[in-house]
Every structure is written in C-alpha cells, then in structure tokens.
Design a protein around this ligand. Sequence first.
Ligand code: TYD
Length: 134
Amino acid sequence: MKEIKLVELPKIPDYRGNLSFIEENNHIPFKISRVYWIYDVPGGESRGSHAFRNSEEFIIALSGSFDVNLHIGREEKKFSMNRSYYGLFVPRMTWRTIDNFSTNSLALILSSSRYDENDYIRDFDEFLTMMKCI
Ligand code: TYD
C-alpha cells in the first residue's frame, strides 16, 4: 500500500512571480482523473470527514492555509498546509478531515478517479472496522 507523503514541488523563482507545476506519474504517483477545489470556507468549518475505498488524492494549499488531519486506523497525523509548492499525497483508505481554513484559502485536490459516491466511506466506525481497529 502506498504511504502518506508530503511532496515538495518544483518552484521556479522569478522576479515576475514564482511558478510551480505538477506532472502526473512524476510528482504524484497516479494518473489525474479529476481536479476539484474547496474555497469560500466560512471560519470554523471543516470539510471532508471520510475515506475513499479506492481513490488517491493530492492536496495543495494554492492560497492561504488549512490543516489536513489523516487517520490510518491507529495512527493520526496533522499536516499544516501553507505553501503552494507543497502537496500532500493521501493514499486510499485514509480517513481525512480538512479544517482550520484561513480566510480566502483555496484547497486544490487532484484525484485518481472520477466522482463516485460509492467510493466514499463516510462512517468513521465503519472505517475503523474495515481497518480492523475495533
Ligand atoms: P464531498 O466530497 O462530500 O465534500 P467534503 O468531503 O469536502 O465535505 O462533496 C460534497 C458534495 O459535492 C457531495 O454531494 C458530492 C459533490 N461532489 C461532486 O459532485 N463531485 C466532486 O468531484 C466532489 C468532490 C463532490
């Protein structure tokens, strides 16, 4: 099984403004099937308390900051995302919650699959059972 990984992306510094980029199967270990973004998050709100049966994701704080909380059964890890040249690879079967959004933050998420509600595990106890933790 692939592991959670914080990836430093290329950054081309330039006095006209910096530039970063992502290539599939290079900086991220999957083919991109979908891109979505989360924005205009009201203060104190959280998003995405779920896991995916099969989808892999790559999360970037394109603007502002937020925390990605990952749970892989017994272990919990928090990643504070606040640089647009870092991305977080989230393997399948990882419970993830995104919170602590700053004003005007923009979360860009690349996914290995198209949207499919059947791929979601939205019940934390079900997730723990599947991970054989309860
Ligand atoms: P969801 O993934 O549950 O949001 P979050 O986990 O961030 O709280 O998606 C919210 C709604 O948007 C849900 O009804 C499904 C829909 N949706 C799509 O139609 N396509 C997509 O690519 C995504 C991510 C969500």
